[in-house]
Design a protein around this ligand. Structure first.
Ligand code: SAM
Length: 520
């Protein structure tokens, strides 16, 4: 069996004749932390197939119909995850997987969800007074809008493991009625290369390459010396340590949020759920800074919101049940509200590069990470002790270039998240090590409890949603394209809060009963 490195080496020989699938290999620079990799069967054959048609043939050879037991699958996924938490030195005593929320906390989460729903529908948000929702009647039809998806007992398994990493297995299924192993359609969009880390092309993005090089100078790096000499202390408290440069920067960035009604900004820590309190879903306001392996704590502290995403705690599958929607991704376990789940990774690409490149039409999958005239980030950079040259370069990059993360050719499962008018995830920006655009990690955070079997969704934003080739297929009660009554779609903030709460309670009850039946 080839090691991942040997395979990559072999691939470099193919790069000159490859179409755009493997070009990145010639000059990529990784900026996130890749997972440990143990090669799974078929990796070399898949990766060496350097055109979509060749790759499709490779994948088609292993398509099979499989018997599938959803409950069994969910229970073993749950047990495996609990085992992983228990055997992990950082998580074992510091992380509570199933945060049991009191009514107040649940209501607060649902109030924010209701605001997000209204913004997603393009409506002005009128905030109800606290508790105004208590006596609202919920329409019976709300129970039809539970988001868990139950697959058929026979499924077509397209890939056993799209990551080809035994340490992070993600199967791909198709559940479209009438499809057979022979007739299965495998679109190009599924035939991407899987990666855990952001990367960029050093030649095309020479200014970014310069910034990364300069960020390695001590003066331009943000890292801490926090550590504990007491081996009995289970956790290193970088968060709230006034001497920790990473925490200080984390707090500075959190202050850019605009929390409503006197709430405190959402905190970005390692083990506590992130509870958004802002009415504005624009993720650019939500920023944090995380400790890294460069720090004395090695990032094993309380100030690393990337810790859980980097551990891949929550198993998922990719699946297709609706031709118009295409492939999506769903969780096999409960993901509690506020959990930072996965980094959205891809190629970091500046606007000027794609403008010059007539072939750049990957906007369908890309996510914007900086906004050209980013005054907030310019201001943050100005207030650092970075060298004059580095500061100048960063301010220039933030003033003049919009950067995107483009996972079209090479990305992770985050690229498969569908759009929803009542999305269960949001994206936030987290910096690590320094403050260049290449140090930004886009983290997907659960904004509500995501119960096992539920598709993971994000709000693509109004602009994007109007460019969808088909009308929105999210199927939520709040869908702008939904068939639901006006009553449901035009509901007030208080009513929407109640509806979200009712749905969440229904799903929680079902999840709890399933666990009880099988474990007790
Ligand atoms: C980022 S990709 C998601 C993965 C994609 N479904 C696939 O199979 O590769 C975005 C595309 O998925 C489809 N899509 C995602 N959410 C949708 C929605 N709510 N309604 C209709 N189409 C959607 C659209 O074709 C969209 O251009």
């Amino acid at each position: 069996m080839m090691s991942a490195e040997e395979t990559m080496e072999a691939l470099r020989e193919f790069a000159p004749e490859a179409d755009n699938m493997t070009q990145y290999l010639t000059s990529n620079v990784e900026t996130s932390q890749p997972l440990p990799f143990e090669v799974d069967d078929g990796f070399a054959e898949y990766t060496k197939a350097n055109t979509y048609d060749k790759r499709r043939r490779v994948v088609k050879n292993s398509v099979e119909e499989v018997e599938y037991d959803e409950m069994k699958q969910q229970l073993s996924a749950h047990e495996e995850m609990i085992e992983k938490i228990k055997s992990d030195p950082e998580l074992n005593s510091n992380y509570r997987f199933d945060a049991i929320y009191d009514d107040g906390k649940t209501r607060q989460i649902c109030r924010v969800l209701a605001q997000r729903t209204m913004i997603s529908q393009g409506r002005k948000v009128e905030i109800a007074a606290c508790g105004e929702d208590r006596h609202i009647q919920v329409p019976e039809s709300i129970s039809e809008y539970q988001t868990t998806y139950v697959p058929p007992e026979k499924r077509i398994q397209i890939m056993k493991n799209v990551t080809f990493n035994k340490k992070d297995v993600i199967p791909v299924y198709s559940d479209i009625a009438g499809e057979t192993v022979e007739s299965i359609s495998i679109p190009n969009s599924l035939l991407f290369d899987y990666t855990d880390a952001n990367y960029f092309n050093q030649t095309a993005e020479h200014n970014l390459a310069r910034a990364v090089k300069m960020s390695e100078e001590d003066k331009n790096t943000i890292k801490c010396n926090c550590c504990t000499s007491d081996p009995d202390k289970k956790v290193i408290r970088c968060y709230e340590n006034r001497n920790c440069p990473c925490f200080i920067m984390n707090e500075k960035l959190q202050k850019f949020q605009k929390p409503m009604n006197g709430n405190l900004p959402a905190k970005f820590t390692s083990f506590e759920p992130i509870h958004f309190t802002s009415t504005d879903i624009h993720f650019y306001q939500h920023m944090g800074f995380a400790c890294s392996e460069l720090c004395g704590c090695e990032g094993k502290c309380t100030n690393n919101v990337l810790m859980i995403p980097n551990k891949r705690l929550f198993p998922v599958e990719m699946f297709r049940s609706n031709e118009k929607l295409g492939f999506g991704v769903r969780s096999s376990v409960l993901i509690p509200a506020g959990t930072p789940v996965i980094e959205f990774v891809g190629e970091i690409i500046g606007e000027q590069v794609h403008m010059e490149n007539a072939n750049w039409n990957n906007i369908e999958y890309s996510y914007q990470v900086t906004y050209g005239k980013d005054d907030v980030l310019k201001q943050v950079v100005d207030n650092t002790k970075f060298s004059k040259n580095y500061k100048g370069l960063l301010k220039d990059l933030y003033a003049n270039i919009s950067y995107y993360l483009d996972p079209t050719v090479c990305g992770n499962y985050a690229r498969m998240a569908s759009h929803s008018c009542a999305a269960n995830m949001d994206l936030v920006r987290v910096f690590q090590k320094s403050l260049s655009p290449a140090h930004i990690h886009l983290v997907m955070v659960a904004v509500t409890d995501i119960f096992p079997g539920t598709p993971i969704t994000i709000d693509y934003g109004n602009d994007y949603a109007t460019r969808l080739k088909t009308k929105c297929q999210c199927g939520t009660f709040a869908c702008t394209n939904g068939t639901e009554s006006r009553e449901m779609k035009n509901a007030s903030h208080a009513e929407l809060t109640r509806y979200h709460q009712e749905l969440s309670q229904l799903e929680r009850k079902k999840w709890y009963n399933n666990l009880k039946v099988h474990f007790l």
